[in-house]
Design a binder for this molecule. Structure first.
Ligand SMILES: [Zn+2]
Length: 314
């Protein structure tokens, strides 16, 4: 999950008197399309819900711009099989998009099991994931009010795909069919993707690294925007070690593929994130209270930020 969307939700449902219309609030829709997208060409596999962008080495970004998470899933296609890195919100039919892009067998791997990354898992047979209590619990599905809010008017910039309603929308259960761990290699035929276990944002967070292309899929451990590190399932000290580990890879990297907002980032941002987070944990960075969530503070940096519990502040 990312911050600006949740902010709008809280403002709408908690702080804004019911007499105030939604139009009076700044909408995340007003900031779309993000300027970075002008450098990418939208592929014809795009539809009313997903925008599809192709990158070198048969990598595809499958972006959900009209829902406030602005989540991005990726398809990596090898000679013999393909890997879907996350499956989005489960609002649109991501399998139909994937089927347009490849006829090879597709496995899913989740960068972590927050609901906006696992929503389409149920459409696929093979799901690779770390197997912590958190991931197992999330694999059982979610039909809570939080999930309903993800398809509320405030969460959307356009109407829902046909057949999807607030009542019907839920994260459907799925089975983790293979457990992965740090150092595992996924062979797609002619290309190999390495699993890096990077706990912190959650205890089941991973990154994917392809040495040959220099590509790194970072999940929610890095994206351009405020990085959420205040969940009960977040461990900021583990995150610091994980982001340092990713930053150390920078000389081998050509591009980052994060899970929200913008699908292609400069690897130099990892070292900046690492440095910034060390300052945060050392009590040397400036924070501001974040009134939206009681007990949280936000640290703003140029292209990213950290939303954290006040108690993590030194
Ligand atoms: Zn997340």
């Amino acid at each position: 999950m990312t911050v600006n969307k949740y902010l709008v939700f809280i403002l709408v449902f908690i702080f804004i008197p019911s007499t105030k219309s939604l139009g009076e609030l700044e909408s995340f829709c007003d900031n779309l399309p993000r300027p970075a997208y002008s450098q990418f060409k939208k592929h014809e596999a795009s539809n009313d819900w997903f925008e599809v962008y192709q990158f070198e080495h048969n990598v595809w970004a499958i972006y959900e711009p009209f829902q406030w998470q602005e989540v991005i899933s990726y398809l990596i296609i090898g000679n013999s099989s393909a890997l879907l890195v996350d499956s989005g919100n489960g609002i649109g039919d991501i399998k139909a998009v994937v089927d347009r892009l490849t006829d090879k067998p597709v496995r899913i791997i989740n960068t972590h099991s927050h609901f906006d990354h696992i929503g389409g898992n149920y459409q696929f047979e093979t799901i690779l994931s770390p197997s912590t209590e958190f991931s197992i619990s999330n694999s059982k599905g979610n039909n809570s009010q939080t999930i309903k809010t993800e398809v509320s008017t405030e969460a959307l910039c356009k109407s829902l795909p046909k057949g999807v309603t607030q009542k019907s929308h839920a994260i459907k259960p799925y089975s983790i069919t293979a457990k992965v761990k740090d150092g595992d290699m996924i062979d797609l035929g002619g290309r190999k993707i390495e699993i890096l276990y990077i706990p912190g944002h959650t205890d089941d967070s991973i990154a994917l690294f392809e040495a040959e292309s220099g590509y790194l899929w970072t999940g929610d451990s890095f994206y351009e925007g405020p990085i959420w590190l205040w969940f009960p399932e977040t461990d900021v000290h583990a995150y610091q070690q994980s982001i340092s580990r990713l930053a150390a890879l920078t000389p081998q990297l050509k591009a980052l593929f994060p899970a929200h907002n913008i699908p292609y980032s400069n690897p130099s941002l990892l070292a900046e994130t690492d440095e910034a987070f060390q300052l945060v944990l050392a009590g040397k960075a400036k924070s501001r209270p974040y009134a939206t969530f009681e007990g949280t503070v936000i640290y703003d940096f140029d292209r990213f930020g950290f939303l954290m519990l006040k108690e993590n502040k030194q």
